[in-house]
Design a protein around this ligand. Structure first.
Ligand code: SF4
Length: 695
């Protein structure tokens, strides 16, 4: 444990608390004030930070930071309480709920921002201490696992992108959300490379592209099939790779045959000439990458959309080829690690399936319990929230590090559900919109105040070193979870000297799994500037590039094509709701904005959400730049100031989702779930827009 005080002047290498890039930064405390700078030695961001990273230190001594537990009193007011009293109240409520309604009446929601150690421990806490089936978080990825046998964000270091002749990027606007990535895309372009961006909006990323395919929202799979059709028709596929390394191609080829260019133009709105250009750029390149972001994934056809793009990568023989492959651009800080180590409802540590008998035996042995006592898969994040107070549903909920009252689709409905809980416990540093509804709020140490590992979008396990101690009297999540487990009667299995002690157990738990961390250690991470999983022994350095041996970790050893047909989103425009609504991020904010809305520089840069609309739509509705619009969907309505911009499609409105209450974009979004990943359709719904007339 380091001996730093909050007065230290030594720069400590750590990482940004926000997105999946996990930029390296150094933190210095001078006269009690923390500041950060980019860490030139960390190879992912090479010293660059975005505005969120630069201002992250403001969270540490923020005046609104919670420094004492809060307990709701008999008059319904949250008042300060001691730790013993607060923790006992949580344990008592969870325990009595389970006695009365059964074990699965208690739910646990984690977060894509928790370290691997915390995500692992929260999964263990839910399954061993609470023995509930209902633990999840708001992240998912299923396509990579199905097609390639593994889901690891990028299968290569980000730096490889600079050497790809062509990159196809669907539904990710990295220039806005993780700007340091653009150093690689800029270098790729300087090297003569081409970037093809698929997005309904002309984002900064799309503006930097060689070719922008501006598709109609929800037509990703049709577009992918159309590209595959042209690749097959024009003889641009890698037949040897398909024959030797894959299975299921014939059905996919037959399906793609019905996606001829005229039809795809009609379905997607992308001109045939652009389809042709994209297919030939991809098919004639010596190296190419197919990357998908949250755009295609956060749809009710999300898994199918991604599988359709993986089909392109397989048809071109990209996985395992030099400077080539398929990758997923994850968004949340530890969205990747969070699902690898047991925080996901259907998974156990090491990316094991919870319904796999061998995986269950392995984890039961690591945790010292009988396999029969290990719960099965329960409800996914949205289903769990929607089940609250319904017959057989959740009655008590513990939320660790997420703000579901803002980040869930149909947010006002979910807020009502949260209000109807018998008990809500929230672990957070700030009084988020979810914490405001809680019966007990437990304040917690922040990113720079504790050790822990994160897994970035490359599958690189990085180490956030504790740079300064938390404020007096603040516990970290690991201490909170362990104390709760002990209060719930688990005397063994929840005592750790440090985060590194939890990591040592995580390594054992993950050994032999797909996401095998058994050979990763804190020392190795520091010596190598991160370790790419799988890393199966102390002697190996890890696996920066996957599939180099041509073998896929599927039952047959071959990658699997999936025949995908275009299906429309759950909601399409209609006479009453004539436009598409899509949601997303801004450069200056992160997720539900619990942290970033409290940072002055960020709040000033983007003080409120604005509805982006096209100039022609503005003219048609008689809307001017200073006006507000009323957006109404089948769930709710909200008003927003407009931003008139030609970067949006004429048939689409974009609203960022970082705000709560009256300004919450998620009041409007659809809770239609992907049938496989259970991911809600955040990206598309039908909306009616009217101009707000001031009285
Ligand atoms: Fe880097 Fe993301 Fe942090 Fe910005 S928010 S500094 S891109 S990790």
């Amino acid at each position: 444990m380091n001996q730093l005080t909050r007065e230290s002047q030594r720069a400590i290498a750590t990482h940004c608390p926000y997105c999946a890039l996990q930029c390296g930064m150094s933190l210095t405390v001078t006269n009690g004030k923390a500041s950060v700078a980019g860490n030139d030695e960390f190879p992912v961001n090479n010293g660059a930070l975005c505005i969120k990273g630069w201002t992250a230190a403001a969270l540490l001594d923020h005046p609104e930071r919670l420094l004492q537990p809060l307990l709701r009193n008999a008059r319904g007011v949250l008042v300060q309480a001691g730790w013993d009293e607060a923790l006992e109240a949580v344990a008592r409520a969870l325990s009595s709920t389970q006695t009365r309604y059964g074990r699965d009446a208690v739910g646990v929601l984690g977060s894509g921002s928790l370290t691997n150690e915390k995500a692992y421990l929260l999964g263990k806490f839910a399954r061993v201490a609470l023995r509930t089936a209902n633990i999840d978080y708001n992240g998912a990825a299923a396509a990579g696992l199905r097609a390639l046998g593994i889901d690891r964000g990028l299968p290569f270091p980000l730096a490889d992108t600079t050497h790809a002749e062509v990159i196809l990027l669907d539904g990710s606007y990295v220039a806005e959300t993780m700007p340091p990535v653009m150093q690689y895309f800029d270098a790729q372009r300087r090297n003569g490379g081409k970037l093809i961006v698929i997005d309904p909006r002309a984002t900064l990323t799309a503006q930097a592209a060689t070719l922008h395919l501006r598709l109609i929202p929800g037509t990703d799979a049709a577009l992918a099939n159309g590209l595959l059709h042209l690749l097959v028709r024009d003889g641009l596929i890698d037949e040897e790779f398909i024959r030797e390394r894959t299975e299921g191609y014939a059905e996919v080829r037959d399906t793609a045959a019905s996606y001829w260019p005229e039809r795809v133009e009609r379905l997607t709105g992308v001109p045939q000439a652009q389809l042709q250009q994209a297919a030939h750029l991809l098919g004639e390149a010596h190296s190419a990458m197919v990357l998908t972001g949250r755009g295609p994934e956060q749809q009710s056809q999300g898994v199918n959309n991604v599988l359709a793009f993986i089909n392109i990568a397989l048809a071109l023989g990209l996985p395992g080829k030099r400077h080539s492959g398929y990758g997923c651009v994850t968004g949340q800080g530890n969205g990747q690690g969070g699902r690898e180590h047991g925080q996901k409802v259907d998974q156990l540590p090491g990316y094991r399936r919870i319904d796999d008998p061998a995986a269950r035996q392995h984890l039961a042995a690591v945790w010292g319990i009988a396999e029969k006592d290990l719960p099965r898969a329960g409800l996914s994040a949205y289903e769990l929230l929607d089940s609250i107070s319904q017959p057989g549903g959740i009655r008590a909920l513990l939320v660790v590090g997420s703000n579901v009252a803002v980040s869930s689709p149909r947010a006002m409905h979910i807020k009502q559900r949260l209000r109807s809980l018998d008990f809500l416990g929230v672990v957070d540093s700030f009084l988020s919109e979810t914490a405001q509804l809680a019966d007990v709020v437990l304040p917690v140490a922040q990113w720079a105040e504790e050790d822990g590992t994160m897994t970035n979008l490359e599958g690189r396990v990085i180490l956030r070193r504790r740079a300064l101690p938390p404020p007096t009297g603040i516990l970290n999540d690991i201490e909170i979870i362990c104390r709760l487990a002990q209060l719930l009667g688990c005397k063994d299995g929840f005592t750790y000297e440090s985060a590194e002690g939890v990591f040592a157990e995580l390594r054992r738990a993950s050994a032999g799994g797909i996401a095998d961390y058994s050979g990763v250690s804190y020392e190795k991470i520091e010596a190598q500037q991160g370790v790419f999983w799988p890393c199966t022994s102390a002697e190996t350095a890890g696996t920066p590039r996957l599939f180099g041996d041509g073998v896929f970790p599927t039952p047959s050893g071959r990658a699997r094509f999936h025949a995908i047909r275009h299906k429309p989103p759950a909601e399409e425009p209609s006479p009453y709701y004539p436009l598409y609504l899509t949601t997303g991020r801004l450069t200056g904010h992160y997720n539900s904005g619990t942290q970033t809305r409290r940072v002055n520089e960020l709040a000033q840069a983007s003080a409120e959400p604005r509805a982006e609309i096209h100039p022609s739509i503005a003219r048609r509705y008689g809307i001017e730049a200073s006006d507000k619009v009323w957006l109404e969907t089948r769930r709710d309505a909200a008003s927003f100031k407009v931003a008139i911009t030609a970067s949006i499609r004429e048939d689409t409105v974009f609203v960022p989702f970082h705000w709560g209450g009256a300004q919450a974009a998620n009041r409007l979004t659809s809770a239609a779930l992907d049938p496989i990943s259970r991911m809600p359709e955040f990206k598309i719904c039908a909306v009616k827009m009217t101009k707000v007339i001031d009285e």
